[in-house]
Design a protein around this ligand. Sequence first.
Ligand code: SAH
Ligand code: SF4
Length: 346
Amino acid sequence: METNNNLFKEAYNLKIKHRGPKVYFRGLIEISNVCTKNCLYCGIRKGNPCVDRYVLPDNQVLESARFAIEAGYGSIALQGGERQDSEWVERIARLIREIKELGGTSQPLGITLSLGEQSSEVFRYWKQAGADRYLLRIEASDEQLYSKIHPSGTKNHSYSTRLQALYDLKSAGYLLGTGVMIGLPYQTRVNLDNDLKFFKELEVDMVGMGPYIPYELTPLGKLVAQWKQDKESSEFRGDFWNLSDKQLLNLSLEMVARLRCLMPHINIAATTALQVLDPLGREKAIMAGANVIMPNITVTEAKRNYNLYEGKPGLQDDAQATKDFLLKNLESVGAEVGWNERGDWR
Ligand code: SAH
Ligand code: SF4
């Protein structure tokens, strides 16, 4: 614990030196929970019949974007399930253009997309429409671990396709964000060490990594629940499947801090899943070297159906209440906000 406190301090100081004290906001719009994929960890996977599927209408997306402008957030992030049909591709392009126009030429909102794997043509098309950044987590940089947390033998869950998508995003000129889940079943300490190396080798601009939160309505969540029932087993389960919330929080903060030491200039998100483990999880990540937060600005009726995992925080809060709560917490740790700033490092 003592060593970690020193590590957190070192990471925080490096952040201040290279990036300054400010935290940058990306207002998160959960545009749709319709997904064509079946990732074994995710609550909105196609195979979960208990999800009320929605696609936000244009006016609700634009309403959230307007909120972001008025709130001084500087950027929004459009996130949703993965779809590659042309109707979706066109609609996203149109929305990107409309969102850019909302801010006028003097202060257009920064736009991050997090809409899964697409062809290189689609990545380019959305970039030309005005998107600035793309967030696509590698989820697990180890190919074997990746294959354990995705359905096997399906073309749209292949490690090499995911990796190629990251390269394509780079060539298309996006500021590139990736990340992993921490505490996955079968994951080891060595995997996490290699995840950090992976980010460095890929020279990413942003990393959003956070704890894996088991969800019983998913295959991986069921597996973890079973393991917890049956603690004695010779089967290899990895280093982290049975961590307490506190231990998992600490491991996640340690990853944030180590990454800041390795890549002092990049953007590192304090992810929402941290808040499931500790009400002040994100603020603790800010103190351990993170400098980006993605406050949810999705219309309240929709966001209760965007359940990637169990215990999603702030479900009842509207965008304003989410902002007030966050500001109070950030103030309590003495963090400054980069109002109306993009906060890109390049
Ligand atoms: N469909 C897109 C974006 C939405 S999912 C994509 O997959 O890239 C956004 C992120 O939620 C995923 O990258 C994954 O890392 C995270 N996620 C999904 N299920 C999770 C869980 N059970 N615990 C923690 N994070 C989870
Ligand atoms: Fe779909 Fe993304 Fe969830 Fe995978 S992680 S099932 S692609 S929303």
